[in-house]
Ligand binder design. Structure first.
Ligand SMILES: [Zn+2]
Length: 88
């Protein structure tokens, strides 16, 4: 058994959905990493136990409010990173 922050996966699963809503934001790997990190810093971690590499608790088990929190954090992150990309 292992312990994993499922929130990381959920953020990566939803980052494209949020980026689609904000067309004029850079979506290179560097900015995507920054967006994910920013969002994760504003979300409570959600730890789950994994068994043989399988994650038992997945995004589908998220409560609606938690899902809305993820989208809100990602939207904030996209705006923030979009305003100040760490490259030219
Ligand atoms: Zn970029």
């Amino acid at each position: 058994m292992d312990v994993k922050n499922v929130m990381e996966e959920i953020v990566w699963e939803n980052i494209d959905r949020v980026l689609r809503e904000v067309p004029d934001v850079c979506r290179c790997q560097k900015c995507r990493n920054d967006i994910a990190a920013y969002a994760l810093n504003h979300l409570k971690p959600l730890y789950a136990t994994t068994h043989k590499g399988e994650i038992i608790s997945k995004a589908s088990t998220l409560e609606t409010q938690q899902y809305l929190d993820v989208i809100a954090a990602l939207t904030m992150a996209v705006k923030q990173v979009g305003k100040n990309p760490r490259h030219d």
